[in-house]
Design a protein around this ligand. Structure first.
Ligand code: HAM
Length: 401
């Protein structure tokens, strides 16, 4: 007897059904809406699209993506020629490779975007899957400064084009070198790893847990210093802001509130980002809906990544996944009503003879009028039943031919 295979998708991946009027899922229309809105916002601002294969040399992640993405979460295997390859867990190393490969021909600065699918061997859970699509927006060839402001404004615009504002989300940023300089000024640089861990999980850990972790190698006065910073205690935060003044990009970032008054941006030492290659500004956005507590996007400046391919160029960008974006839009009811402007016409063919008229004149006329159609060929059923079938499929108008 033939064995029956499971019809469910591979663990942690999604199937995309064409319409959610029957199934309450994240369907193709929703995904297309997200992708199309992203594309429109970006192309209007002069960004151009690129792509590459989902298979890459695994080494680029092993060397640059950090402990999780480059090892435990990496889908890697030997191809038939014995090469170690991987399904991309992120796009940024591929982007660096593409740029390095045509370095002489490209005209910098580059303003590029892509919407690749990425694979991470994760424990599937709310907001985290094994395959997701990720908008990647990157600007390559500009040193830290004005471009940090440009990118943060662009992020705000990307939200606004979905109808979102500060009631729905908050954009947060930090700077790895500011944090490192602060650690040095407090003689805490050697305990950096532990302090990064606590700041990175600031809103997940309670005070007892934070203290417990830090007490592994910090004295109680030092623990208090870290807690004051994480809590934005005014004096501690003022010192932190003073260190930030040494970095040119903060001259520009101070204008964010003036430029995007309907949005909320926050400079916070609690933004760390797991990926190893970030060198300056790091950023994240949070949904204000407590049911969707994961970061909506993550990114930052990575000025050394192209060195992996023997080239050098400053770079900044972010990745924004479709899994949490869907949760964000549905949680705040920000999806449009897809059926509102849908004009679907049902065509009831009375016999085989009516087909000539249907294909020759009726359908071309409907297409010209911007209407979509569905034909019913069940000649032998009663007209009433056939009308009901077409109504159920969303046809408001029905033509009998
Ligand atoms: P990342 O923080 O690893 O950064 O991922 C960026 C975003 O992708 C996350 O904030 C989340 O929205 C989404 N994401 C990541 N992993 C998953 C998952 N397993 N399931 C669902 N969504 C996920 C990067 O990947 C960087 N390469 C981004 C970047 C671009 N930095 C500079 N340019």
């Amino acid at each position: 007897m033939l064995s029956v295979l499971p019809s469910s998708s591979y663990k942690g991946t999604r199937d995309f059904y064409p319409d959610d009027s029957i199934l309450d899922t994240y369907d193709f229309r929703k995904q297309n809406y997200i992708f199309e809105t992203w594309k429109k916002t970006l192309t209007k601002r002069g960004f151009v699209q690129y792509d590459s294969s989902i298979i890459e040399n695994a080494q680029i992640y092993i060397e640059k993506s950090g402990e999780e993405l480059g090892s435990t979460q990496l889908y890697s295997f030997l191809d038939k020629g014995g090469r170690l390859v991987a399904l991309r867990p992120e796009m940024t190393p591929s982007l660096a490779r593409l740029v390095a490969n045509k370095f002489r021909e490209l005209k910098f600065p580059l303003r590029w975007f892509s919407i690749p699918n990425c694979f991470r061997y994760e424990r599937p859970q709310k907001g985290r899957l094994r395959e997701h699509w990720q908008l990647n927006v990157d600007i390559i060839g500009l040193l830290a400064g004005e471009v940090e402001l440009e990118l943060l404004i662009l992020l705000g615009d990307l939200f606004k084009d979905f109808g979102a504002d500060k009631r729905h989300f908050k954009i947060m940023y930090n700077h790895r070198q500011v944090l490192d300089n602060w650690l040095k000024s407090k003689n805490l640089f050697l305990q950096k790893e532990l302090i990064y861990k606590v700041l990175d999980n600031w809103y997940k850990l309670d005070i007892k847990e934070k203290t417990e972790i830090l007490s592994e190698s910090l004295e109680s006065s030092e623990i208090q210093t870290v807690l004051n910073l994480g809590n934005h205690e005014p004096q501690a935060f003022l010192e932190y802001q003073k260190i930030a003044k040494d970095f040119r990009e903060f001259d520009f970032l101070k204008n964010l509130d003036k430029l995007q008054p309907d949005l909320e941006y926050e400079f916070s030492p609690t933004i760390i980002r797991g990926i190893a290659y970030y060198t300056g500004l790091v950023l994240e956005a949070f949904d204000k809906n407590p049911q969707n507590s994961r970061a909506l996007f993550g990114g930052g400046r990575y000025d050394n990544l192209l060195e992996l391919f023997g080239k050098s160029a400053p770079a900044i960008g972010f990745g924004w996944g479709d899994v949490t974006m869907h949760e964000f839009l549905s949680g705040h009811n920000l999806y449009p009503n897809f059926n509102e402007n849908l004009q679907k016409v049902g065509i009831l063919a009375v016999s085989e003879e009516s087909l000539i008229k249907i294909f020759k004149t009726i359908i071309p006329n409907l297409i010209q009028a911007g209407k979509i159609y569905e034909i019913n060929y069940e000649y032998s059923r009663s007209e009433n039943k056939r009308r009901q079938t077409l109504n159920k499929k969303g046809c408001k108008e029905i033509i009998l031919v």
